[in-house]
Design a protein around this ligand. Structure first.
Ligand code: SPD
Length: 341
C-alpha cells in the first residue's frame, strides 16, 4: 500500500514538473538578426527557460499574423507606427512596470514618443534609419539620391526592402513627398515609379545584409544596422542616407495581449534593459542603444559611429513613419500591384 502511495506521488511529481517545464518557454517574434545567441543563452541559463525565436520581414507581416489569430508569442518587436496600430487594435498587453525595474535605465530621449506616449505598452529596443548600402569598390562616386535605384546600369544588381511603407516611402521621398502621404495622387505616382523600377530589381528582401555579404547585389535599400553588419565581411560597403531624406525608426519590445507567459516576458524585458545585456544588443545588431549606461560596455567604434548617429543635417531630413489610419488601404493596394510585377 505504502509503495503504491509513493508511486502515485512520483507520477504526480513527474506530471507537475513536466507541466512546469512546458510553461517555461518564451516565444519571441522579431526581425531577423535581432536576438543574438549570447543574449538568448544568457537568459535561458539564468532563468532556466528556453527561448524560441521566429522572424518576420516587415511590420505588416507581423500585423497580418497577429490579426489572423497567432496566439503563441510572448514578445514581439514592432516598429513605432506599428505599435500605435497594435494598440488601436487592442492587441497589446499593458506592461507592469513593477516587474521591469530596469525601465529606469532608458534614456528619456526614447520615451514618450508619439506611438505610445506613456510607454504603457512598449519599451524601445533599438533605433536606426533606412538608406542605401553600396559596395564602394564597384559604385563610385557615392550615390547621393534615391534616383540611383532607378539607374538601369545597375539592373539586377540591387535589392529593395520587402517592406511596403519603407519602399513606397523611398519612392515618395524621391518624388519630394512625405513618407506619410495621405494623398491618393502621390501614392499613385510612387506606385508608378516602383512599377517602372521593378524590372531592374534583383530581389525584394528585408534581410539585405545577406545579399550584400554573399555578393549577390552591389547595392541595397537597407536599414542602417544591417549595412553596418555587412561591413564586417565586406569592408568596402558604405551606407548613405539620400539627400531627399528617409525614414528613422525605433523598434520596440511589446507583449501581445494573448501572450501565454506574460510574467516571464516582463522578466525578459527587464533583462534586456540591463546595461551589459543592452550593450550586447548593439554589438550584435549594430543599431543604437536606448540605455546610455550600455555605452560603457561597448567598443569605441560603436559608441558614436555615424551609421548610428547621423550628423545633424541628415537627422533633419528624416521622418518617422506614422499610422495612416484608414488610408492604409491605399498603401496596401499599391504594394500588391508593385509586387505583382
Ligand atoms: N535586421 C533588423 C532589421 C530591423 C529593422 N527595423 C525596421 C524598421 C521599419 N520601419
Amino acid at each position: 500500500m505504502r509503495n503504491k502511495y509513493i508511486f502515485l506521488v512520483l507520477i504526480l511529481l513527474t506530471f507537475f514538473v513536466g507541466c512546469n517545464r512546458e510553461k517555461k518557454q518564451l516565444n519571441v517574434f522579431t526581425w531577423a538578426g535581432y536576438v543574438s545567441d549570447d543574449i538568448r543563452e544568457g537568459f535561458e541559463k539564468e532563468f532556466g527557460v528556453t527561448i524560441l525565436v521566429d522572424t518576420f520581414a516587415s511590420n505588416e507581416d507581423l500585423l497580418t499574423k497577429l490579426m489572423a489569430g497567432a496566439t503563441g508569442y510572448d514578445i514581439i518587436m514592432p516598429s513605432d507606427y506599428m505599435v500605435s496600430i497594435l494598440i488601436k487594435q487592442n492587441l497589446l498587453a499593458e506592461l507592469n512596470r513593477d516587474n521591469i525595474p530596469n525601465f529606469q535605465n532608458i534614456s528619456p530621449l526614447f520615451l514618450g514618443k508619439y506611438f505610445d506616449s506613456e510607454n504603457q505598452y512598449s519599451i524601445p529596443y533599438t533605433f536606426g534609419t533606412a538608406g542605401i548600402a553600396y559596395d564602394s569598390a564597384v559604385i563610385s562616386p557615392a550615390p547621393e539620391s534615391w534616383a540611383v535605384l532607378w539607374d538601369d546600369q545597375y539592373k539586377n544588381q540591387f535589392s529593395m526592402l520587402d517592406d511596403q511603407r519603407e519602399t513606397i516611402g523611398a519612392a515618395l521621398k524621391l518624388l519630394g513627398y512625405s513618407l506619410n502621404s495621405t494623398d491618393p495622387e502621390e501614392i499613385r505616382a510612387a506606385k508608378e515609379k516602383l512599377i517602372a523600377q521593378a524590372p531592374l530589381v534583383k530581389q525584394y528582401k528585408s534581410e539585405a545584409e545577406e545579399l550584400l555579404i554573399a555578393g549577390d547585389v552591389v547595392m541595397a535599400h537597407c536599414w542602417s544596422g544591417d549595412a553596418f553588419r555587412a561591413i564586417e565581411t565586406r569592408p568596402t560597403i558604405r551606407y548613405v542616407i539620400p539627400k531627399e531624406g528617409s525614414s528613422q525608426f525605433i523598434d520596440a519590445v511589446c507583449i501581445p495581449k494573448s501572450a501565454p507567459h506574460k510574467a516571464l516576458a516582463e522578466q525578459f524585458i527587464d533583462y534586456l534593459l540591463r546595461p551589459e545585456v543592452n550593450a550586447k544588443i548593439t554589438a550584435f545588431t549594430k543599431y543604437g542603444t536606448c540605455v546610455p549606461t550600455a555605452k560603457e560596455f561597448l567598443p569605441e567604434n560603436l559608441r558614436e559611429h555615424k551609421f548610428i548617429y547621423p550628423p545633424k543635417a541628415v537627422l533633419e531630413s528624416l521622418e518617422w513613419l506614422r499610422d495612416p489610419g484608414d488610408f492604409t488601404r491605399h498603401y496596401d493596394r499599391a504594394w500588391e500591384e508593385i509586387k505583382a510585377k
